[in-house]
Design a protein around this ligand. Structure first.
Ligand code: FE2
Ligand code: FE2
Length: 294
């Protein structure tokens, strides 16, 4: 028999889950400082360089990634200012965010059956996929697709500790009713990892587009606002998320049970050929990126 939480119990569970946010290592301050500049087209390379230089470990990681085969530059990049010139500010911002978010995203998420590193790999594959698709469609600011793709599933980190008690019921409903895992999560607990992720990104004071990508990445048609740029981000991250599950990266206990929104796949002409092409590229890209970041 499946047990579905009533409103009161669901509220208690929500409070319990959200109260653990304070025990979580927050994304380092540097991420927020970098993100503050992400919407600022006039952001100054010198200010950015100073932000990164506050943290020597981050500086080393960013340089290591800049020099990786992923970016394919033959000449060695030895300073952040050189990296800014060669790779561009936006790429550097993504690198800094990826390097800072690694500690948080690489944690195990036991409730979801995700071992240490699984959620990181899934997030990186989604981020890389979102950027690839955006590039193919010749969108501007492709790094925005990367960073929102990277953080789309942060809700799982918090919800994971409670999910274990409900996952069997959620999976049963998913199979019985042939619905997406996130909808069954919401049915059993009254909320899901998307709601938790949206709340967590507000708690971390990330820009609003992060909370909207987190909230709608499985159900992009639920997004009602007229902000077309944000809508595009949500839709592309939705596609990239599904494609990274196609690659069987960081599957956990839930990965096989998310349903693609066909309307969105059609909108971007994601037929089998296009999908195959993108997932092959994601696969080789993330291998290089991983090597660089670890
Ligand atoms: Fe998700
Ligand atoms: Fe995901």
């Amino acid at each position: 028999m499946t047990k579905i939480l009533d409103k009161k119990k669901s509220e208690i569970l929500w409070k319990k889950v959200m109260s653990t946010a304070e025990n979580l290592p927050t994304l380092p301050d540097i991420v927020n400082q970098v993100l503050e500049q992400i919407d600022n087209p006039n952001s100054n390379p010198h200010v950015f360089q100073e932000i990164i230089s506050q943290d020597p470990v981050l500086t080393a990681k960013v340089l290591k990634m800049s020099n990786s085969a992923y970016y394919g530059y033959s000449r060695e990049i030895v300073t952040i200012s050189e990296a800014i010139i060669i790779l561009g500010m936006d790429t550097l911002k993504s690198l800094a965010i990826a390097a800072s978010a690694y500690a948080t995203l690489s944690k195990e998420a036991q409730g979801y059956g995700l071992a240490r590193g699984d959620l990181w790999r899934h997030s990186l594959a989604s981020a890389t996929g979102a950027r690839l698709i955006a590039k193919q469609l010749e969108y501007k600011e492709v790094e925005k697709f990367f960073v929102t793709g990277l953080l789309h599933d942060i809700g799982k980190i918090l919800l994971s500790s409670q999910l274990g008690k409900y996952i069997d019921q959620i999976r049963t409903i998913t199979k019985m009713r042939n619905i997406s895992f996130d909808l069954a999560e919401r049915e059993v607990m009254g909320f899901n990892h998307c709601d938790v992720g949206a709340e967590l990104s507000n708690y971390w004071k990330l820009p609003e587009l992060f909370s909207n990508v987190a909230r709608y990445h499985h159900q992009p048609l639920e997004y009602q606002s007229s902000r077309s740029e944000e809508r595009t981000l949500i839709e592309i991250v939705h596609i990239a998320d599904i494609l990274s599950y196609n690659l069987k990266i960081g599957m956990g206990k839930d990965g096989a049970f998310y349903k693609p929104c066909q309307e969105i796949f059609d909108k971007y002409h994601m037929d089998k050929k296009a999908i195959d092409r993108i997932i092959t590229k994601i696969h080789s890209s993330i291998k290089e990126f991983e090597k660089a970041i670890l």
